[in-house]
Design a binder for this molecule. Structure first.
Ligand code: URA
Length: 245
């Protein structure tokens, strides 16, 4: 049987961003940390780190924040930056404020440009982040692009060729799938994550992307009912669907 790791309550709450050790002791003194219906008095107590803690513990009357190992799917609105420190709206502004103080911090799983919208994952699981972004796994990223000029007809073949070289680069792109939806709308699936890749691919065929929206990562699709700026926690099965072909 695998042993469940234990943690001090004040250390756990500190890592989830609830405050310093002193502040957490103060919250406990106010009887605002409750486990299984009983206020905690000794915050140095060690407890098993089981996933059901988020149902068994409340802090300030609200369920405990998700334990480390979080994967968030955010519907990123245009205009938000995938960075921790920048001027202007950040994707972190769309998550609970306390999460800025989590250790480890949530990081975007591959960046979307400021003006790109749609499916963005954030996680505190470094190994998972690496697996999703690693070229070895070739996770397919699907985008819907609105274009400034009508498609000319050769783009499907050019993108699928595996021979397209982006401006300033030497290595050709891996084949990519282009689905034409209308004269100026297309769905593009790529397995790499080069800088501004989709915008540069359309620029390479003489077009210009006016709006870009990520719809899917592997078999994980952005749900229609997840509004702009809204987010959900992913289940294990949803995380696995990122790697499904
Ligand atoms: N390609 C781009 O050009 N921009 C993105 O945000 C993602 C892929």
């Amino acid at each position: 049987m695998t042993k469940v790791p234990t943690t001090r309550i004040d250390r756990l709450l500190g890592s989830l961003g609830y405050g310093s050790r002193g502040q957490i002791a103060q919250i406990a003194r106010a009887r605002r940390i409750v486990l299984d219906g009983v206020p905690i008095t000794d915050v140095a107590r060690r407890i098993p780190m089981t996933p059901d803690l988020t149902e068994r513990m409340t802090v300030h009357g609200a369920p405990l924040d998700p334990l480390p190992g979080v994967v968030v799917m955010l519907n990123k609105p245009p205009g938000y930056i995938c960075s921790r420190k920048d001027s202007g709206p950040l994707v972190y502004d769309l998550l609970p404020d306390r999460w800025r103080h989590r250790k480890p911090m949530l990081s975007p799983v591959g960046r979307l440009d400021k003006e790109t919208s749609g499916l963005l994952l954030l996680t505190d699981d470094g190994a998972l982040l690496h697996r999703i972004t690693s070229p070895n796994h070739a996770v397919e990223k699907t985008y819907r692009a609105s274009l400034a000029r009508p498609l000319e007809g050769h783009e499907v073949e050019v993108f699928a060729s595996g021979a397209l070289v982006l401006s300033g680069e030497k290595k050709p792109l891996h084949p990519a799938k282009l689905n034409v939806l209308s004269a100026t709308e297309a769905r593009l699936s790529i397995t790499e994550g080069r800088y501004h890749q989709v915008r540069r691919m359309f620029a390479a065929v003489g077009n210009h992307v006016e709006a870009l929206h990520r719809e899917a990562l592997g078999q994980l699709r952005l749900p229609d009912d997840l509004g702009e700026g809204a987010w959900v926690l992913l289940t294990e099965a949803e995380i696995a669907s990122v790697f499904a072909k």
